[in-house]
Write a protein that binds this ligand. Sequence first.
Ligand SMILES: NC(=O)c1ccc[n+]([C@@H]2O[C@H](COP(=O)([O-])OP(=O)(O)OC[C@H]3O[C@@H](n4cnc5c(N)ncnc54)[C@H](O)[C@@H]3O)[C@@H](O)[C@H]2O)c1
Length: 309
Amino acid sequence: MITIIGSGRVGATTAAFLMFFELDNEITLIDVIKNLPQGEAVDLNHAAAILGKSVRYKGSNDYKDMEGSDIVIVTAGLARKPGMTREELAAKNAEIVASVADQIKKYAPNSIVIITTNPLDAMVYVLYKKLGFPRNRVIGFSGVLDSNRMAYYASLLIGIAPESIIPVVLGQHGENMYPVPEASFVYGKPLTEFITKDQYDDIVKKTIQAGAEITNLRGFSSNWGPAAGLSLMVDSIKKDRKRIFEASVYLDGEYGVRDVFAEVPVVLGKNGVEKIIELKLNDEQRKKFLASIDAIKKNLTQVPPQYLS
Ligand SMILES: NC(=O)c1ccc[n+]([C@@H]2O[C@H](COP(=O)([O-])OP(=O)(O)OC[C@H]3O[C@@H](n4cnc5c(N)ncnc54)[C@H](O)[C@@H]3O)[C@@H](O)[C@H]2O)c1
């Protein structure tokens, strides 16, 4: 069974994508709002009936209903409003994530947990500390989105499909993320061989601002991209495909940093994070990567201390 905690935009859209990918035949939606997850479940069951998908959705306000889940996706929390940064959400969402962690520990102690709640790298840290699960089972969702946004913007300029580009974005999921076009490849050639310096700067800028652009345009943050990315991550875990995705994971010496969650490439399989891929960074890249890590550490200072241990 897959449980999604938080039945808002990201949660409900992800629930639908999991059906399209046929990743489980039991999907539970949980939320604190009375009748919201139940209503989503009824609608999704109708969609499944129309599409002939053998999945049963259940909506609930009781965390006990996640019992038996092998994967738990946490999308609970406040989302950005136009003009807000992800960081402004820190204190309130830390409280929500800590309370959700207690419930996951109680009812799904062996699950692999993926979280989207922002500010992402700080919230996955809170989740990890409160769950006490091994680090391979606690994963922050962000990198699949950030890196493929970069592939998308690059593809528009070079006329090659985004899926033929292996994009690299490192560090923070936020204004200080570090897109690295020179470490991104198009069938063995660095992406930088296909673009000018101005195009490089344009791709980096658009990648960093992608989330804010959506929020400013329509008044609420992204859901389609996150749902697509989460589905691919769940697919790799459920089917033990060992695909490489970027994700925010606990670094314990990798990339020369410790005790911090940050976006890096990882192998996802049945055990969750099965390997962290360490890219070789030159001095300048390392400096930019560490600046991004500093921004994550600053986000952690915005989280009340009781949620950090
Ligand atoms: N990591 C990413 O790439 C990424 C992308 C998009 C959104 N996000 C973040 O994901 C989170 C969800 O975004 P959204 O657009 O779905 O927001 P939303 O407001 O549509 O939904 C959030 C839901 O969480 C529920 N909730 C709050 N506290 C809860 C609790 N204790 N238990 C269960 N449910 C609870 C709310 O009732 C609401 O239905 C936000 O923090 C947002 O910033 C992250």
